[in-house]
Design a protein around this ligand. Structure first.
Ligand code: ACO
Length: 307
């Protein structure tokens, strides 16, 4: 009964149950999920580039093996997420086309360069740390396939975060040059990591509706605050400084006051003007073109099997 479908959808969301692909859902709910899940999937795939940059230069064989495994995990995350998006009636091929021709986006954070080995530590600690803070609530997202994909992804992200933390801990307790390198990486990655959570709540176009639909469980600013509070303590253990002179505990709010990231910079990076946007997209397009023969062969094989 189509007329009853909206009531059914509202009831599922109100009861904190999962909306499944077979259920009726508002067209705008489907659209926003496709947008968010695709953007998330693209981020995982593009995110392989800044880290892949250090695979051949990791300082030991063990570090190299760990980094290889981590970058492969990111590919896996991208694939779970494309599969989750496909349950909404889009094709993975369509989504990849939209990424390579610039109609869909990916996270701002992957448009910054990885200049030293310590950046691999800072990405694990801060970028994957921010990803976890943002993604753990997505395990309770109202759309079943997305929520279930996030459970596996978050488990692996926790491992990624710890490996980054351990790299920084080792450098921070090494020679003065190594400690300085770790500090420099944290200085460069801190504000872009804060910006990952998106624009401030007042400028967030989708938050209100996504929260009503229980896709998002917390606002951008709530999660950013949670991340800052978490990092302060961990920076202390690392023996590294967070590059914000105004960062301090506010007893009244029971949270840290901190300097906001530069949101104009975030908007510029989202629009394609970050330090590495062109390089990331050119690499992704080239990889896609290089893979054309594989897709063609797979199609020919499938047709042959079908016949
Ligand atoms: N990078 C790129 N675009 C962003 C970013 C960012 N850091 N933050 C916000 N935006 C975009 C939004 O996509 C939206 O643009 P659009 O309308 O053209 O799609 C616009 O800025 C306004 O932002 P919001 O209204 O706040 O958007 P939304 O409600 O989708 O919230 C958020 C943004 C928090 C990133 C959300 O989409 C989300 O939680 N996504 C899933 C997590 C994710 O994608 N993580 C990827 C990086 S983590 C990793 O891969 C290691």
């Amino acid at each position: 009964h189509q007329t009853e479908a909206p009531d059914h959808f509202d009831a599922i969301v109100a009861a904190d149950q999962k909306v499944e692909p077979r259920d009726w859902m508002p067209e705008a709910y489907r659209k926003t999920l496709i947008r968010q899940i695709a953007q998330h999937a693209h981020s995982e795939i593009i995110g392989m580039q800044p880290e892949g940059n250090w695979i051949s230069r990791a300082p030991t064989l063990k570090r190299k093996a760990i980094l290889l495994a981590k970058v492969q995990d990111e590919a896996g995350h991208g694939l779970y997420l494309y599969a989750a998006a496909e349950t909404l009636g889009v094709d993975r091929e369509e989504l990849v086309e939209m990424l390579v021709d610039g109609r869909q986006k990916y996270s701002s954070i992957f448009n910054y360069p990885t200049l030293t080995w310590a950046d691999i530590g800072a990405i694990g600690w801060l970028v994957d740390g921010a990803a976890i803070v943002n993604q753990v609530p997505l395990c309770r997202c109202s759309y079943g396939p997305y929520a279930r994909a996030m459970i596996r992804i978050c488990k692996e992200e926790s491992f990624h975060q710890r490996q980054g933390y351990e790299i920084l801990h080792t450098l921070s307790h090494g020679t003065p040059e190594q400690k300085a390198m770790a500090q420099d990486a944290v200085d460069r990655w801190w504000y872009p990591s804060l910006a990952m959570f998106g624009p401030p709540d007042g400028d967030s176009t989708h938050s209100e509706r996504s929260m009503a639909w229980k896709i998002k469980r917390f606002s951008n600013d709530e999660l950013r605050q949670r991340f800052v509070d978490m990092c302060v303590q961990q920076a202390g253990v690392l023996g590294l400084r967070l590059p914000d002179p105004d960062l301090r505990w506010n007893e009244e709010r029971r949270a840290h006051d901190y300097t906001q990231p530069d949101y104009d910079e975030l908007m510029r990076v989202i629009k394609g003007e970050g330090p590495c946007n062109r390089q990331r997209m050119a690499h992704r397009r080239r990889a896609h073109e290089d893979g054309a023969w594989v897709r063609e062969a797979a199609r020919a094989y499938a047709e042959k099997q079908h016949a």
